[in-house]
Design a protein around this ligand. Structure first.
Ligand code: ADP
Ligand code: MG
Length: 619
């Protein structure tokens, strides 16, 4: 700045530094916007990458990163890794994870998962916060100033709860999370693909324990996630396990000793195998060796043999790719750019396979384990005004709505809507003088509330007593750019308002999202019928009530016997139809009853009957 005045940079208005963070399952990384572009924040020992591993020693401060990972060999019970798998999820969601990962879940974790280490318990956001704090500390040491604002990346399929949990982790670490950015979007930003204005981009992310494929559409410099797919249990770890299995076989035949059961030996072997695997990305052959209790094992591993071994693993990434291309409704030829993300895309065979599938050379110019963090830094630059703005759009993976009468779901925001998104719909009451209205927020594709996920419930209280159908209740849904949903209900006559930020008690995996969508397709017909029946019954209830009320009215006595008989006859027929599944019949009888009660309605001073025949009602 060319000012002759002294500027106090700590004052409000001075540019605050915002860092970008890739909070990964295996590794995490911080980056910032340099004068020339995004750059990685180095750690104290020059190591960039912070393994997403936390160790809680019996006394003293938690240990994060390389040192914590090393403790997996010496003190595995005090080490937590892969905690990202638990973020924003409930016990039911993680049953499968628990079979594969040695998470130690504390008792009473039904609503919020807690991990036990020694005599301490920690929630997943608290563990993630320790990783974020390490990156914050590294940044502060590097810049020699405090850093308290960040952009954090999340998988594109993360739902509201998982995103909220990530924001919580930031807050616990003392970071204000200005924006959550989808990992594939960040990768595209790191490559400056937003500059091309138009195009379809595939982001292939093969990390340590997860595989994600995303297809983005860029339109007028705006990113939109067209589709995502992947496998939450497929990554570099699978390759490591394959190599370990082969080595263990070898060792057994060479030493006539089975070391499989020895945790420490296997951990040492795992380290050796990972080193060998990573070198093989650059060398045609490597030596894999293990020294254990005075014995030595050594084996040469060529890239050819390695490729043969891992072909099935690499092939497993291609099925989700094809499904994703189909979901995005694009052809391979329409995809303009392919971006490689994740440490495992350093493997030459992976690059060849991706190139063959997409018929295009993928971007590998940037370090694949750094691109997401670099993209987060670009987004941070946009937020601080250092970089020209790019709008980032993402989509909601599942529909969102509320429960209405008869247990039916009224969807306000449909699946795959671009976010930020908002929607508003009017509802009314079902009972005369109703003071409270329950707003039940649901997520899913099914027609019945009981088949969807319950996200939240709240009451709109103390509305003025009015005849049923008279109050006008506006329900507003808003999903912000970070994917967090807020729901507001307002009774417009009295102005009574109640809102909620949805932070459900547990979340979803992408497999579950997929399963829910599949299930909704499978059950579509049955659901349709049930919905029709339920809605017809709600309508029938309304007319029964209106007729019952009419019978109490003096107008009833002014009707002729024939008129009264006709009403009673149709009334009884509707009762019969009501208990069948023939929604057409219920509707017909409602219509008939409506016709025959017209003289009654006309004669009634009170117009409540006709009023009661309008509007959708909330429980
Ligand atoms: P995540 O996004 O899952 O947190 P990364 O993108 O950092 O993780 O990927 C970590 C994985 O990448 C590990 O399995 C690691 O062994 C693997 N990896 C890192 N470098 C190489 C390499 N040179 N060759 C093969 N695999 C590698
Ligand atoms: Mg990653």
């Amino acid at each position: 700045m060319s000012s002759s005045f002294q500027i106090d940079f700590s004052e409000a208005g001075a540019t605050q530094r915002i860092i970008g963070i890739d909070l990964g399952t295996t590794n995490s990384l911080g980056a910032f916007m340099d004068l020339t572009g995004p750059a990685i924040i180095p750690g104290p020992d020059g190591e960039h990458i912070v393994p997403s591993v936390v160790a809680i020693p019996e006394s003293g401060d938690p240990i994060v990163g390389i040192e914590a990972r090393a403790m997996l060999t010496t003190d595995p019970d005090r080490v937590i890794y892969s905690v990202k798998r638990l973020m924003g999820r409930g016990l039911d969601d993680v049953k499968e994870e628990l079979k594969l990962f040695p998470f130690r879940i504390a008792d009473g974790s039904e609503s919020v998962i807690r991990l036990t280490i020694g005599n301490k318990t920690l929630t997943p956001p608290e563990v993630s916060a320790l990783i974020l704090k390490q990156i914050k500390t590294n940044a502060e040491a590097f810049f020699n100033e405090t850093v308290d604002q960040a952009v954090i990346t999340v998988p594109a399929y993360f739902n509201d709860t998982q995103r909220q949990a990530t924001k919580d982790a930031g807050r616990i670490a003392g970071l204000e999370v200005l924006r959550l950015v989808n990992e594939p979007t960040a990768a595209a930003l790191a490559y400056g693909l937003d500059k091309r204005k138009e195009g379809i981009i595939a982001v292939y992310d093969f990390g340590g324990g997860t595989f994600d494929i995303s297809i983005l559409k860029l339109h007028n410099g705006i990113f939109e996630v067209l589709a995502t797919n992947g496998d939450t249990h497929l990554g570099g770890d699978d390759i490591d396990n394959l190599l370990i299995a082969v080595a263990l076989e070898d060792i057994q035949s060479e030493w006539s000793e089975n070391i499989r059961g020895n945790q420490e030996a296997v951990q040492i072997l795992r380290k050796a195998v990972i080193e060998a695997k990573e070198q093989l990305s650059f060398a045609p052959a490597v030596k894999l060796s293990l020294e254990w209790r005075g014995k030595a094992y050594q084996r040469e591993l060529s890239r050819d043999v390695f490729n043969k071994l891992i072909t099935p693993v690499v092939d497993r990434t291609l099925t989700p790719c094809r499904a994703c291309i189909a979901d995005a409704n694009v052809t391979v030829e329409q995809i303009n750019e392919v971006v490689m993300v994740g440490g495992s895309t350093r493997i030459p065979l992976v690059r060849t396979a991706v190139e063959a599938l997409f018929k295009a050379k993928p971007h590998t110019e940037l370090n694949p384990d750094e691109v997401v963090a670099l993209g987060a830094a670009v987004q941070a630059g946009i937020l601080s005004g250092d970089v020209e703005d790019t709008l980032l759009l993402d989509v909601t993976p599942l529909s969102l709505g509320i429960e209405t009468m008869g247990g039916v779901v009224s969807k306000l925001i449909t699946r795959n809507s671009t976010i930020p998104a908002s929607a508003m719909e009017n509802f009314t009451t079902a009972v005369d003088g109703q003071r409270n209205v329950l707003i039940h927020v649901l997520q899913g594709e099914r027609e019945m509330a009981r088949d969807c996920r319950s996200l939240a419930r709240f009451d709109l209280k103390d509305i003025d007593p009015m005849p049923a159908g008279l109050p006008r209740i506006e329900v507003k849904f808003l999903i912000d750019a970070n994917g967090i949903l807020s729901v507001t209900a307002r009774e417009t006559r009295t102005g009574k308002e109640q809102s909620i930020e949805v932070k459900p008690s547990y979340g979803l995996t992408d497999e579950q999202v997929e399963a829910m969508i599949e299930e909704s397709i499978e059950k579509a017909e049955a659901d349709f019928i049930e919905r029709q029946v339920r809605e017809a019954r709600v309508e029938a209830d309304r007319i029964f009530k209106a007729v019952d009320k009419g019978k109490q009215n003096q107008a009833w006595d002014t009707l002729s016997d024939d008129e009264r008989e006709a009403i009673q006859k149709v009334y009884n027929e509707l009762i019969l139809a009501y208990h069948s599944d023939y929604y057409d019949l219920i509707r017909d009888k409602i219509h008939e009853l409506d016709q025959v009660t017209r003289p009654l309605a006309e004669r009634m001073m009170n117009t409540a009957v006709s009023v009661a025949l309008e509007g959708t009602k909330i429980e």
